[in-house]
Design a binder for this molecule. Structure first.
Ligand code: SF4
Length: 328
């Protein structure tokens, strides 16, 4: 599959909410990126940075304030009823909290069969039974689990049920919204490995949101780092870890635990001072200026634009000011 075939194009997307005293909360502010077919794009950042709002706006779950989101060239926010119905089949979501996203009193069978019925994917009840059984096996459960209620399952098993529900309609694109952050650490890796296996087997394209860089490292082909509604760095996963450029990315990476105690002891930890400013009336210049060790005079006056500083490596920081602009 050609990595350069774009499945999703996000262009200058803005999502603002009205706030007190006629101000605006700028949850997503002029963000652009593409997602190529078959790749996993990870988006990371502290809570409140706009990553989930960005994902949900891309899926048309939230209206946009400005900009464009194209899925296979079609504007997600301008689809007619029929196009939107097809879109809901192609694009599915894995939710953060499987305790909240699945009705505990519902039968597993009904949860998984719902999408199959809505999109008329089975020709008979027998075929529907077979499809539900196959989906359960695919996510590491078994056909007998179909007849049990959701409350009989652990958090990890419930997330597997959520994944089976998402896959039931044969989607092309999965939006994974912090799918492991509500789970025990001991089972987080199992769910990540399952998603990676399914992505490979089914050729899925994924947007994977997380607040922690250690989680997205293994699953993502490319990673975008968001800070206060802005994309501040975007590049290949390996480049981001080996050669991070934005001071915020460097700080996030310095907090990622290293298993080897010798390497860990040598690692310099960058402790960020201060808190993330409010997205209501964010600072005029660089939004990271108040916490950045490298802050210069220009940083407080002028917001840096995201620019391509090396091939496929985009950074929004005055330290790397170049003329080329735009994100691909
Ligand atoms: Fe730091 Fe300035 Fe770069 Fe912002 S633009 S991250 S304040 S150096």
């Amino acid at each position: 599959m050609d990595k350069r075939d774009k499945l999703l194009e996000v262009k200058n997307l803005k999502k603002y909410y009205p706030a007190a005293q006629k101000q605006q909360l700028k949850a997503v502010d002029d963000v652009s990126f593409d997602i190529y077919e078959g790749e996993t794009l990870g988006i990371v950042g502290e809570s409140g940075c706009g990553k989930t709002t960005c994902g949900k706006t891309c899926l048309g779950m939230y209206g946009k304030t400005d900009g464009e989101v194209l899925f296979r060239g079609k504007d997600v926010h301008l689809m007619n009823k029929k196009e939107h119905f097809e879109f809901t089949k192609k694009v599915q979501m894995i939710f953060q909290d499987p305790y909240a996203s699945l009705d505990p009193h519902q039968k597993v069978y009904d949860i998984i069969a719902e999408g199959i019925r809505i999109h008329k994917m089975a020709g008979s009840r027998q075929e529907e039974n077979r499809m539900v059984a196959e989906l359960l096996e695919m996510v590491g459960l078994n056909a007998e689990h179909a007849l049990r209620n959701v409350h009989e399952f652990s958090g990890g098993q419930r997330q597997r049920i959520g994944i089976a529900r998402a896959l039931s309609v044969n989607p092309e694109f999965l939006f994974c919204d912090e799918p492991i952050s509500a789970l025990d650490v001991s089972i987080q890796a199992q769910i990540v490995n399952l998603l990676m296996k399914l992505q490979k087997e089914k050729g899925l394209t994924m947007l994977f949101i997380a607040h922690d860089l250690s989680i997205v490292k293994h699953i993502s082909d490319r990673i975008g780092v968001m800070y206060l509604g802005k994309m501040v760095e975007l590049t290949d996963s390996s480049k981001l870890y080996s050669n991070p450029k934005h001071p915020y990315t460097k700080a996030l990476l310095s907090a990622v635990p290293i298993a080897d105690p010798d390497t860990s002891a040598k690692k310099e930890r960058i402790v960020l001072k201060g808190d993330v400013p409010s997205p209501v009336n964010p600072p005029e210049g660089c939004r990271f200026a108040g916490r950045c060790e490298k802050c210069m005079e220009i940083c407080r006056k002028k917001a840096p634009r995201i620019t391509e500083v090396e091939e496929g490596h985009y950074v929004a920081c005055h330290l790397y000011n170049k003329d080329k602009e735009g994100v691909k």
